[in-house]
Design a binder for this molecule. Sequence first.
Ligand code: BGC
Length: 761
Amino acid sequence: MNSKGLRSGWHLMFLVVLTCVGSLIAQPLVNPDTESKIDALLGKMTLEEKIGQLNQYSSTFDVTGPAPERGSSRERYEQIRNGLVGSMLNVVGFEATRRAQELALGSRLGIPLVFALDVIHGYKTMTPTPLAEAASWDLEAVEASARLAAREAAAAGLHWTFAPMVDISRDARWGRIMEGAGEDPYLGSVMAVARVKGFQGSDLSAIDTIAACAKHYAAYGFAEAGRDYNTVDISEHTLRNVVLPPFKAAVDAGVVTLMNAFNEIGGVPATVSSHLQREILKGDWGFNGFVVSDWGSIGELIPHGVAEDLSDAAHQAIIAGSDMDMEAGAYVAHLADLVRSGHVNQHLVDDAVRRVLRVKFALGLFDDPYRYSNADREKQEVLSEKNLAISRDVARKSIVLLKNEKGLLPLNKDSGTIALIGPLAADKDAPLGSWRAQAVTDSAVSLLEGMQAAVGSGAKVLHAEGAKLITGPRSFVTPSVYNTDDRSGFPEAIEIAKQADVVVMALGEDAWQSGEGRSQVEIGLKGLQLELLKEVCAVNSNVVVLLMTGRPLVIDWLAENVPAIAVVWHLGSQAGHAISDVLFGDYNPSGKLPVGFPHHVGQQPLYYSHKNTGRPNQQPIVFWSHYTDAPNDALYPFGHGLSYTKFEYSDVKLSSATLGMDGEVEVSVTLTNAGDRTGSEVVQLYVRDLVGSVTRPVKELKGFQKIELAAGATKEVTFTLSAEDLAFYTRDGEWKAEPGKFKVFIGTSSTEVKEADFALE
Ligand code: BGC
């Protein structure tokens, strides 16, 4: 038997096992009525039509215009008409989706297309980038934001978003860190659930919900040296304990699709990982939806060096459980031959098609393939007042106050002079962030506009750009070029800084500095920004820096020399208003970092939940785990974020010093708002498992509660822990908790905590 035969033979046995395991797990996607409809449909489909359902193309021709005359566009057009395309991405809007759907419905069996788009943080009304939103630690707000995106996208004819990205990332050099929920698997899991619920709602067939897609399965965020698409080589231990939990949480929350990843893990590209897709996802987790490849990732198996040609790539991908082929054209070109020649078992194709059809049935497309496209709803929904208000709300909740010496913030909006300086101050584009779907360029409320609206005829706002950040075009596909020599705006900026009572500096990253393909080895303030800041600080000591950014930045100089710093990320359409709400105290900041800000780029990857190592303790000699030229810890750690009020924590109380394997223990603190204004605090609970069969992190987030308290008010905050919360992937390869001693910590960040001890028995 040749290698192709071997792979499919092995697979058949495996599929039988899978089917038995899968059927034990109740999945909402699967119901007898739909399954029998799918059986009937499969019975009518030719092999080519089945494979067509597994073929996804991006829009390459104007679907609203006349049919293309020749070339690959014409070929794709004909394929849709012949039922050889199951899904399209990047076809957007009422008109275009309707016309493309008409084309598909004209095919022999008239199976509707499913339309997808990267609706990552909004369709046209932009909400904060996902990393920013994770800083809100506000699950309701995050769910509302995803729901808003779903409403707009669905009204514009879309059925499916390639979101949420649930990749854990601990390396700010990786540009796509902006697209996930940061460094922590627990926060990542609850954010994944909030987003899946937001997109999918409780009824996928409702006209205002869309299918979600947890991506990139798996470990895309662990690219070596933070370089996008680079090799990943992590252990099963890290895979199970850190990478997979958010995917598992999304599956348990009912996500109907997953996207696999460009990267390899330990020599096996994720796209052909049976371990990930067959064993874990469709086997252990009982996932009944479908897996889409990442863009062309089946074709990339050739440069990866694991497939000889596209046919070999298609063969390996279908066996490994990649159900839909995005843009490689591998399945549509080769799968039929592979089946006919006996290299791929027909059951594998049927299983993949069944999964795709399940989602189409669940979306209600067989009842009414046009149910999503609605010109009136599109007009009413997109950029509605309601949606803009939701965007502003989640935006202000996402702002993180890093530092506020001398109570410099909030600013007075009724009197005095404020100088607003910096390349991002009047920028109407940067706040839209990367991955902006259908957002209109330059459509965000700039900080300058927001501040002017907030002060009205009160405080005087002077504005100067100081220095440009980017020279040349800003584009999704080309690299950014930074201004390193044009200082012609400096004198005006220095002049207004001298005149002002306080200076607000808008610094950081342009929208296109982070996102796909935008890894960087330097993650500080690019161009002339730091130089400008230093000159401003020399003439005015009341400086507030607002950092617009997609990723954590290295800001050591700022931390030492600037009295107030807030991270304002890329906050979306209403950015300027949301930032002004915090700047002037109309909203008391409550965000907390979902990823630490390092002292130095050389610390990457950096995360609070590290292992202790065998040499953790500081020593007079050099032989302990540290850098000789930088600290080990973050400058601003995971979970850090200040408020304009002050919260005080009592000692930690436990309902019992022991926890039984089937029992629960209550862990509580008394939280007091000891300041003079109402505020919200994210109370964070961490644990440390002191001795395990494998090494355990020094701290792991296990819960949090966002509590609003009036000035002077006090509240008892209680968490309930059970053995399940303490489970991990053990040395025996089981997911379980091990008895022994634990520490539990409660506090305002991952480093400022109070602790207590208990034992799991
Ligand atoms: C990205 C995916 C995205 C896809 C479709 C790829 O390059 O990695 O996250 O969903 O393109 O646009």
